[in-house]
Design a protein around this ligand. Structure first.
Ligand code: GDP
Length: 181
């Protein structure tokens, strides 16, 4: 007789500038849904979702934080005990990439030493049909990858709208979480 492995609980926090698509990534992952005009998150939202990776089941306990500056001081409350973080920027908004860099620095200074961090450049759908002459893309793949390599982060470009790469972010993080977590 075989028993299913108990789920490994993983506390995960999303950080990033307002409107980069944090809540939309969570909505895609948890409900496979997308809303064109999402209401901004106030403070933080909590959701859970299970994810099977090979033989393992990971139960994500997801804290989706508000991106507005006035909530920034609350962020440590959410990342302090987190085993994983997703730092999101919008590939059409350079300021959001600068903000992502700050979040990564803050996590490395203040969060748990063994936190798994994924850097995510969202809204890929807005650039996928662009020509080289004319593109909405303002942050290159190389810039994103470069930051991820420098800081030891997982890296993905995603679209919450088309669901491109969204599950891969959570599978990628889960694969890095140690067995006994
Ligand atoms: P948050 O403030 O970071 O949580 O961002 P939201 O999830 O509230 O998204 C902000 C806006 O961007 C909403 O109007 C979303 O519909 C839109 N949005 C989010 N993700 C994507 C995406 O991948 N592609 C496009 N085109 N729009 C997106």
């Amino acid at each position: 007789m075989s028993f299913p492995n108990p789920a490994t609980s993983v506390k995960l926090v999303l950080l990033g500038e307002a409107a980069v698509g944090k809540s939309s990534l969570v909505l895609r992952f948890v409900s496979n849904d997308f809303q064109e005009n999402k209401e901004p998150t106030i403070g933080a939202a909590f959701l859970t979702q299970k994810c099977t990776i090979g033989e393992r089941t990971i139960k994500y306990e997801i804290w989706d934080t508000a991106g507005q500056e006035r909530f920034a001081s609350l962020a440590p409350m959410y990342y302090r005990n987190a085993q994983a973080a997703i730092v999101v920027y919008d590939i059409t908004k350079p300021a959001s990439f600068i903000k992502a860099r700050h979040w990564v620095k803050e996590l490395h200074e203040q969060a748990s030493k063994d936190i798994t961090i994924a850097l995510v450049g969202n809204k890929y759908d807005l650039v996928e049909d662009d020509t080289e002459e004319e593109s909405l893309r303002k942050v290159s793949v190389e810039e994103g990858k470069g930051l991820a390599e420098e800081e030891g982060l997982l890296f993905f470009e995603t679209s919450a709208k088309t669901s491109y790469n969204v599950n891969d972010v959570f599978i990628g993080i889960g694969s890095k979480i140690p067995e006994a977590a």
